[in-house]
Design a protein around this ligand. Structure first.
Ligand SMILES: [Zn+2]
Ligand SMILES: [Zn+2]
Length: 197
């Protein structure tokens, strides 16, 4: 692939996750993949009625903050808070081809994600670090969490490369409405999608 990949943490993201993405994405897309400096998201993007962040506002802010140098690459923002966009009550991520950018929220991919507990914590502290999850992930859960993140990031990169949703439910470009969908699909592009990149 011609374009390089740039990974940005929005606020703070576990470094292990960023490193995992860097290693896997550079292999899958056969391109230089860098972890760039984190971007702090304004608190005003938090909607206290929905108890979620506004995905469109975050995405616009992210794109506005890209340097001209980065704008020619594929830029990936990783966020660990819940996001909504206009008509959808939550989304795992979004991606556009002009400029090539995507945003993935990893919170709902976490094996211990619990909406009520999470929202209660958010009411107390809207930003900064708070213990989202009480129990540590065991080895299998951690592998599952990483695998889900990788699938959703590859999916959004697919959109950045101009792909649309695929009706093959095993294809990484198939739309995930739920975690079951994410777990059902693979992290590979089907042959039709691969040939359209
Ligand atoms: Zn999609
Ligand atoms: Zn496909």
């Amino acid at each position: 692939m011609e374009e390089n990949l740039n990974i940005f943490a929005l606020n703070g993201i576990d470094r292990k996750i960023l490193k995992f993405l860097q290693k896997n994405l550079s292999g899958i897309f056969n391109t230089k993949t860098r972890i760039l400096k984190s971007i702090i998201i304004p608190l005003s993007f938090y909607n206290s009625v929905k108890k979620q962040y506004d995905g469109h506002k975050i995405f616009k802010y992210f794109i506005d903050n890209l340097t001209l140098g980065n704008a020619k690459d594929i830029n990936i923002a990783i966020f660990n808070r819940d996001i909504f966009i206009s008509h959808l009550n939550f989304i795992f991520g979004l991606g556009t081809a002009f400029p090539k950018a995507c945003l993935v929220s990893i919170i709902r991919l976490h094996p211990h994600f619990n909406l009520e507990y999470f929202q209660r914590q958010l009411e107390r502290r809207k930003h900064g670090k708070f213990p989202l999850f009480v129990k540590k992930l065991d080895r299998a859960e951690s592998a599952l969490f990483h695998e889900r993140i990788l699938k959703e990031v590859i999916h959004e990169i697919g959109h950045a490369l101009g792909l649309h949703h695929c009706s093959n439910r095993r294809c990484v470009m198939s739309f995930s409405n739920s975690l079951e969908d994410t777990d059902y699909k693979g992290k590979e592009f089907c042959s039709i999608c691969r040939n359209s990149i």
